[in-house]
Design a protein around this ligand. Structure first.
Ligand SMILES: Cc1cc2nc3c(=O)[nH]c(=O)nc-3n(C[C@H](O)[C@H](O)[C@H](O)COP(=O)(O)O)c2cc1C
Length: 200
């Protein structure tokens, strides 16, 4: 079964991301055709990137990097839950993405975003970052508006109709996540080999 990590990238005190990620987990777990796990970036206490060797070399020296790498490696696909800061990717999420490399390669990802404009600008940036990490980003995208999906811009009360989009996103993740798993486990063996081939 495809293993999907639901990555909560926001670490701000009072973050809205937690309620959104909870909604994703609750709805995703209604399905039995994939496994889902919530991954809260905050739990990993990642400092700003402090590895001396570029992550693409896979020579991780710090315990927090090794713990994060192990978690990232344990999934076939990801749902990234993100807000939008200054029309872009929140720094904590970008830092977490940058911290490791091979562990992301040849996986699939989909996005759930929120913000004044639905967080769509952050997701468009994320799609560019995913290409460099060798992650295949699926088309379906769930987005929430601070105006219409949060009561008083604060309490998460999603308007109806988003669950089917999340299900489409998950269908696409299962398809691509499953296909890429075959690639990672393919002819030349391990996912390590595939990751190394993509390093520069
Ligand atoms: C530093 C900062 C910059 C922001 N910039 C934007 C922005 O450019 N566009 C937008 O739609 N919302 C913006 N917002 C509003 C966020 O989308 C909103 O606060 C959201 O809840 C942030 O996610 P979080 O609560 O999980 O941290 C910004 C918020 C912060 C804290």
């Amino acid at each position: 079964m495809v293993k999907i990590g639901i990555i909560l990238g926001s670490t701000r005190p009072g973050r809205k991301g937690e309620a959104v990620a909870r909604w994703v987990v609750e709805n995703a777990r209604k399905r039995t055709d994939a496994e889902f796990e919530l991954v809260d970036v905050q739990d990993f206490n990642l400092p700003l990137l402090d590895e001396p060797v570029p992550p693409s070399m896979g020579q991780y020296s710090k315990p927090h990097t090794k713990a994060w790498a192990q978690k990232v490696a344990s999934f076939d696909a990801y749902i990234i839950v993100t807000g939008e800061y200054s029309h872009g990717i929140p720094a904590a999420l970008k830092n977490a993405l940058d911290f490791v490399y091979g562990e992301w390669n040849n996986k699939a990802a989909g996005f759930v975003s929120y913000g004044s404009a639905g967080g769509v600008r952050a997701v468009e940036q994320l799609r560019q970052v995913m290409a460099e990490l060798q992650v295949a980003d699926v088309r379906a995208h769930v987005f929430f508006s601070l105006m219409t999906d949060f009561e008083n811009y604060t309490v998460f009360k999603p308007a109806p109709g988003r669950e089917p989009i999340l299900n489409t996103l998950i269908d696409q993740l299962i398809a691509w996540g499953g296909a890429l798993k075959t690639l990672r486990e393919g002819a030349n063996g391990s996912s390590k080999t595939m990751a190394a081939a993509g390093r520069k």
